[in-house]
Design a binder for this molecule. Structure first.
Ligand code: AMP
Ligand code: ZN
Length: 467
């Protein structure tokens, strides 16, 4: 299996540290608002990765954190606290906000058929571990204090910015404005921020340096190492995390352990809307519930996300989502009309599919392999099993969805036999007005009648499948 590694900027043959076992860490959601479908694209990417690893025979220990500490809206350790902003907006406590949006997130994950991580630790429940890391960094001489907190001195970490290929000298020269906030270097970042002396924060904890809260990069290092060990096999996140969040995770973790923090770093590209990034702060975001309210099936969004490579930008539009929904519905419908799956699939088709997936998760090619099966001359029983095998990685829930549609078609078919019978009588009597009225009645129930040489055949109308 070849996977692209952001550290080396190349595709490399993947080998975990221990045979057959993979430690996978994913930067999870900040739970101060609903996830948007851009965030969800990133979570779909790790789901495909995880399923692909499992199909390749690996046992995957997958940890995803929940960021429920109120970090600042700004990467440079300034700005408002996101959780407090959410609480003020909704007239709730920060804890209620965190609980509500964490549940909303898990609900979205479920609706998209994303496998839940093996462990989902919350940042607020790992404050002692984070304090411990700062203590170790302090003991090793990587920190300094300012009037508002404890900072990591990036000049002490020789390879700082290596993964993101940051031009540190350029950054330092151009950063005169930043100097006023007591940081020694513009890339230095907060490990522990002190609460303001004149007000109480909604979330704050005691620490050896005073009451305050952890810097936002710290939680991932602390929780990843606690649950998965000093060196992870794979660490994933969105591309925006490379220059700051992941760069800082690497610096603070490796400064403590003197070992590589992750062997593979993998980054999912952005979902765009009108060619710009979809983002919470940009205010152009669409949630999964928005899609559902417009009549879309969440799995049609999953299908849409599978049409692009995870390292390519993907532009969202309602028209393309609509096309994905039609394609998805067609697939489910065809499967519902096919024979029971055979015991083994078409080996050549599966080989084609798996080699696309094992080539750095090449989903567009994998999807093309799937549609080739649909159009092939194999028996429907072989086609069905081949596609269900592929769906172990695609996660489109095809078996359950097609079985449920098959049942509904059978039930509806019985109910409508009467209507169809009457329509046939009207047609034989050349009473086309009545026949057309009956056709409309049938259409209202979500089906079209196809008048074939063998008689009328019932077909669900795509838009009204309501899968
Ligand atoms: P957040 O909840 O803001 O911490 O973001 C969760 C994940 O979504 C992070 O891994 C981000 O990199 C990712 N993300 C944010 N915006 C987008 C976008 N427009 N497209 C894809 N992923 C995104
Ligand atoms: Zn992280």
């Amino acid at each position: 299996m070849k996977l692209y590694n952001s550290l080396t900027r190349s595709k490399e043959e993947f080998t975990p540290a221990k045979p057959d076992y993979v430690t996978l860490y994913t930067c999870g959601p900040t739970v101060y608002d609903y996830a948007h479908i851009g965030n969800l694209r990133t979570f779909l990417f790790y789901d495909i990765l995880r399923r692909a690893l499992q199909v390749n025979g690996y046992d995957v220990n997958h940890v995803m954190n929940i960021t429920d500490v109120g970090h600042l809206t700004d990467d440079a350790d300034a700005g408002d606290d996101k959780m407090e902003k959410g609480a003020a907006r909704e007239g709730k406590t920060v804890w209620q906000v965190a609980q509500f949006y964490e549940e909303a997130f898990h609900n979205d994950i479920k609706r998209l058929n994303i496998l839940p991580a093996s462990q989902r630790p919350r940042a607020t429940e790992h404050i002692p571990e984070q304090i411990e890391l700062v203590k170790q960094l302090e003991a090793k001489g990587y920190t300094y204090a300012t009037s508002d907190g404890i900072y990591f001195d990036t000049s002490k970490f020789p390879d700082y910015g290596k993964m993101a290929r940051l031009d540190i000298s350029g950054l330092q020269e151009g950063a005169r404005v930043e100097k006023s906030i007591e940081k020694h270097h513009p890339t230095d970042f907060a490990l522990w921020k002190l609460s303001p002396t004149d007000s109480k924060r909604a979330m704050e904890w005691e620490s050896p340096w005073g009451t305050g809260f952890p810097g936002w990069h710290l939680e991932c290092s602390a929780m990843a190492m606690k649950y998965l060990g000093k060196t992870l096999d794979i660490h994933t996140g969105g591309v925006d995390h490379m220059p700051v969040h992941h760069t800082n995770e690497i610096a603070q973790s490796e400064a403590v352990t003197d070992q590589p923090f992750a062997r593979w770093w993998m980054h999912g590209e952005f979902l765009l809307i009108n060619d710009g990034r979809m983002g919470k702060s940009v205010g152009n975001f669409i949630t999964l519930s928005n899609l559902i309210d417009k009549g879309f099936n969440p799995l049609a969004y999953r299908y849409f996300a599978l049409t692009a490579h995870y390292r390519s930008k993907l532009n969202f539009s309602w028209e393309t989502l609509d096309k994905s929904q039609h394609a998805y519905n067609k697939l489910v419908y065809l499967l519902s009309t096919w024979d029971e799956p055979a015991s083994t699939g078409n080996a050549d088709s599966l080989e084609k599919f798996h080699s696309a997936i094992n080539d750095d998760l090449n989903l567009p090619e994998a999807m093309a392999a799937l549609w080739e099966v649909v159009k092939s001359n194999d028996t429907s029983a072989v086609k069905a099993i081949t596609i269900f095998e592929m769906d172990k990685i695609l996660g489109l829930d095809l078996m359950r969805q097609s079985n449920s549609l098959r049942e509904r078609l059978q039930k509806a078919g019985k109910k409508m036999d009467k209507l169809i019978g009457k329509r046939e009588e009207a047609r034989t009597a050349k009473d086309y007005t009545t026949a057309d009225e009956l056709r409309d009645k049938i259409a209202k129930l979500g089906f079209a009648v196809d008048d074939t040489e063998d008689g009328p055949v019932l077909k669900p109308i795509d838009d009204q499948l309501g899968l």
